[in-house]
Design a protein around this ligand. Structure first.
Ligand SMILES: C[S@@+](CC[C@H](N)C(=O)[O-])C[C@H]1O[C@@H](n2cnc3c(N)ncnc32)[C@H](O)[C@@H]1O
Length: 380
């Protein structure tokens, strides 16, 4: 078996969750890094990582690495890869780069060098070259230049993996699906106990919870760039995919009790659309009330929620205070004996809950440093 070197990126703070997911899938040499995990495996392992990891945002396969002091070194290194194994000249590629302490000040020049080296290789062999396509390129390439080391990856997913395909309309302040799934996995939820999100927005937590409980692979409804590559092992991919489909069929309907609430009618409308897109029309009970007054249809064992904390929603301070006060009262009154996990990017607001966090996990939500806070609510 040829061993491939992979690199999966995730939200900062979810590295340990992703590492556990990868190990459970059979990945080798799993090593958590900052915002990522490195791992090894055969081709099928790469496909499984794309299809099954809930917390990964990208999966990349390393194609080559080497020392580069200047343009010529980078050009030569790029030429050591046989690019025709991935695509034909009729397909498209795109190159994204990151640069730190290297011969180039920014990514523009080295990205151009890599593009020229690839296109020249095609032209030398066939007289034709692939085009660069920003929109859904067949071969998304990532160049990492750090000091005198360059690494070239190809990205297996294409579109980021958090794009599961169930969400057409975006809520004003949605939680990234992969982040939501990773946070849910961090709670240690048993996939059976009742769950609620009292400020559910577009219901990301609830959809991810339902898919987790139903054993549905998060990537089942979407396409991946690797499906368009020439050296993809289609038999291995078919096997991985068929197994995921069979598991989803066996697990369908295994949803535990799930409920969500939001005071905004537009949020509920978006949540309903997303639930339908995820094949979960009847799996989640939704209500539209102020959390302050909301009585969920059952007592939850787990509460997961992402209240506003004054970033993208740009709420007035008083309205923020009211939301957190309402959440605190809801937890005290309606959730005896539950574990509540709350994502917060503003520590001052958490005081309004009137509860003491028993665990605090640092997590990055977009540009904001947040905490995933656990509260154990007293039983009656
Ligand atoms: C950051 S968004 C949640 C986003 C959600 N996690 C998602 O993925 O779409 C916060 C949500 O809390 C809701 N909210 C704020 N205060 C509320 C309250 N007092 N009662 C009910 N909903 C409230 C807002 O309407 C908003 O949809």
């Amino acid at each position: 078996m040829t061993l491939h070197y992979y690199y999966a990126a995730c939200t900062l703070g979810l590295e340990a969750v992703l590492a556990d997911e990868l190990r459970a899938l059979g990945a080798g040499d799993v090593e958590a890094r900052r915002g990522a995990c490195a791992f090894t495996g055969d081709r099928a392992m790469g496909y499984k990582a794309c299809l099954w990891t809930r917390s990964a945002i990208r999966v990349q396969e390393e194609l080559t690495r080497g020392f580069v002091r200047d343009r010529d070194d980078l050009y030569a290194l790029t030429g050591t890869v046989d690019w025709s194994q991935s695509i034909t000249y009729l397909q498209t590629l795109a190159i994204d780069g990151s640069v730190k302490d290297s011969f180039a000040n920014d990514t523009r020049f080295p990205v151009l060098v890599v593009k020229d080296a690839i296109c020249d290789q095609f032209r030398d062999r066939t007289g034709k070259r692939p085009d660069v396509g920003k929109d859904r390129p067949d071969l998304p390439i990532k160049l990492v230049l750090q000091g005198q080391e360059a690494i070239l990856y190809r990205e297996l997913g294409g579109e980021p993996l958090h794009k599961r395909g169930y969400r057409e309309i975006l809520h004003k302040s949605p939680l990234n699906e992969a982040t939501a799934a990773g946070l849910l996995l961090m709670t240690g939820w048993d996939k059976q106990s009742p769950v609620c999100d009292p400020m559910c927005g577009s219901a990301t937590f609830l959809i991810e919870a339902a898919w987790l409980a139903c054993d549905r692979a998060p990537g089942l409804g979407r396409a991946f760039a690797f499906e368009r590559w020439r050296d993809t092992d289609l038999d291995a991919w078919r096997q991985v995919y068929d197994e995921a489909e069979a598991r989803a069929q066996r697990g369908a309907g295994r949803t535990p009790r799930l409920c969500g609430n939001d005071r905004h009618p537009s949020a509920i409308a978006i949540a309903q659309k997303a639930l339908a897109g995820a094949g979960l029309e009847n799996a989640v009970q939704l209500s539209q009330e102020d959390t302050f007054n909301w009585q969920p249809p059952f007592v939850p064992r787990l509460v997961v929620t992402n209240p506003p904390y004054g970033d993208r929603l740009q709420a007035e301070p008083q309205s923020l205070n009211d939301s957190w006060d309402a959440l605190g009262r809801f937890l005290h009154r309606q959730c005896p004996g539950a574990s509540a996990f709350v994502l917060c990017g503003n520590p001052e607001l958490t005081q309004l809950l009137g509860l003491r966090a028993t665990q605090k996990y640092p997590v990055r939500n977009g540009p904001i440093e947040c905490r995933w806070l656990r509260y154990d609510i007293d039983g009656r």
